[in-house]
Design a protein around this ligand. Structure first.
Ligand code: S3P
Length: 172
């Protein structure tokens, strides 16, 4: 399968970029968080609060497996923690070309400081939480990615163009 998959930390812009790419490439867009929320008929925060993170991680694996059964290419935006699990990193490789949308902890902090929908960043010292999680996860993003995209200080339009050029180059 050759889906285009966006991976990266919370707040890196995967969903916005995914919508833009889906329009440019004229293929459907799918967001794994939304897919899970629709399937469970509740919010991610609620799943974390009532069932815990481990259950959410299993739902992410189920989601990737279900997407592998679908035909037709799609732009997929993923939850920031999907790469933690080794099985998911393998499934992502099967599913298509994964682009790691890489941003700094400060960019994430600026974008998400007022956000209350990310259970892992609630409470005191969100910047410290972002830095610690990013440090744990960056090797997993690098491992799962086919391409790394430096995304700090670039517009959605620039990033869309950059990804389209990268895909074109990989096809040749
Ligand atoms: C998470 C990222 C979130 C969502 C959940 C957990 C994470 O998705 O899946 O809150 O562990 O990084 P976004 O990356 O779309 O914010």
């Amino acid at each position: 399968m050759d889906n285009l998959i966006l991976i990266g930390f919370m707040g890196c812009g995967k969903s916005t970029l995914g919508v833009s790419l889906s329009k440019r490439l004229d293929i459907p867009f799918l967001d794994t968080d939304k897919y899970i929320e629709d399937g469970q008929k509740t919010s991610i925060s609620d799943i974390f609060a009532k069932q815990g993170e481990a259950v959410f991680r299993r739902l992410e694996t189920d989601c990737l497996k279900e997407l592998l059964e679908k035909s037709g290419d799609v732009v997929i935006s993923t939850g920031g923690g999907i790469v933690i699990c080794e099985e998911n990193r393998r499934l992502l490789k099967e599913l298509g070309t994964a682009v790691y949308v890489k941003v700094s902890p400060e960019t994430v902090y600026e974008r998400l400081k007022e956000d209350n929908t990310r259970p892992l960043l609630q409470g005191t010292n969100p910047l410290e939480k972002i830095k610690a999680l990013m440090q744990q996860r960056s090797r997993f993003y690098e491992e799962a990615a086919s391409v790394v995209l430096e995304a700090d200080k670039k517009s959605v339009e620039e990033l869309t163009q950059e990804i389209c050029s990268l895909i074109e180059r990989r096809k040749r």
